[in-house]
Write a protein that binds this ligand. Sequence first.
Ligand code: HEM
Length: 486
Amino acid sequence: RGRGRLPPGPPGLPILGALPLVGPAPHAGLAALARRYGPIMYLRMGTAGVVVASSPAAARTFLKALDARYANRPAVASAADITYGCQNMVFANYGPRWKLMRKLASVHLLGARALADWACVRREEAGYLLRGVAEAAAAGRPVVVPEVLVCALANIVGQITVSRRVFDAQGDESNSYKDMIVSLLTGAGLFNISDFVPALARLDLQGVQAKLRRIHCQFDGLITKLLAEHAATAADRARRGRQDFVDRLRASMDAGADDESGETITEVNIKGLIFDMFTAGTDTSSIIVEWAMAEMLKNPSVMARAQEELDRVVGRGRRLEESDLPALPYLQAVCKEAMRLHPSTPLSLPHFSFDACDDVEGYRVPANTRLLVNIWAIGRDPATWEAPLEFRPERFLPGGAAEKVDPLGNYFELIPFGAGRRICAGKLAGMVFVQYFLGTLLHAFEWRLPDGEEKLDMGETFGLALPKAVPLRAVVTPRLVPEAYA
Ligand code: HEM
């Protein structure tokens, strides 16, 4: 009912609607449908209405002009199962509790000031990474790039949230952690029938919910263990005057209602926030570094140019420091290009509007519609990007067509972190992680594919995130003076 017509979209089947049309790689399936039906497309999937934005202009419409309306998250069973009933930040609806969690995360962990405060943790962890990779080089073992990265990033998140590294070595424990994250992000990103046809939810036809609940239990076990240890060492931290994120969250909880929002966070919110930092803050950055490395192994001249810049600016007598990053425009361009071609969350996170919108570029979008922004399709839009499938960092350099474009939510042609009110809360951390860790690996080692594996598989695995289907393995050789690895 109501004025105006729906945006165009494919007719669907009874009960499932357009759900079967998206296929096993929904980011690509939806991009193909958008080529036929247009950049603002409406699909009925089960009982849910879904609007899909697939061009920079369409993304601007929803994430700028209509941002406040679409700032909620849909209530889906698979998300509730893994996020303490959506009591975390990532899946909370747009409201005072979400605002409070976002403020606390920004002030104490992810804002520019807080980020500068824990630079020493990133440096320490980059040191562990360098030594671990150098050991693999000495032993002639190939390095599995996502494994070493996720281990480093999880340890950083552990240090800043609960003052503890999570993995001491890259061994079974870190692999099982990586498996846990990958399974969560893959399962949560599935177009799960139960999320679209609630009447079938009880049957859990794809077995997704059972799997997600199992992993959630495992994850909750880890978080509960970390919090118990954290409580036991509170006095020691107080004596040293060193508060971590959980200390500050507890202080906020003990202080009672927040002045601005009138809300108080709970123990469950604290668990939810730790869960967010581990899940949203580790694999997302590691995926981009892995893809960037894979693209450079495919395009050796790009790798050579990035290493030449590192040698010129940093030299081979010491390791890379974060303070070097502003002087490395080519490295920054490589990171942007990797984010354009391989955004870690191809369909961002789903948004939701409780209200109808009567004038969406001449269309009417009904109330209770989910919004998907196809970040992946936008980064490959041939109307925006020249040779969109080629890895050309030069486009972001002075004189290049995308010289002014940054990925932080101001230019809708490149929105790996989303845009608007729900833009990634960790975008500054994500940028530093990607630039610093990619730069460190490139500067400190020569990279090549293992003998017999020279044909690089560039396939993707779709989930909430979009990692390489086959994890990148490479053989490395040190290229700095030995003291740089100490
Ligand atoms: C390069 C790395 C990263 C990328 C590409 C990325 C991307 C994204 C995207 C696309 C969203 C959804 C935005 C939307 O709903 O419109 C998001 C949300 C979020 N990200 Fe990131 N992210 C990255 C790193 C991080 C890091 C390092 C953290 C924290 C340590 C983090 C924490 C979050 C949180 C908490 C949200 C939910 C925000 C909300 O719902 O209000 N992310 N991220």
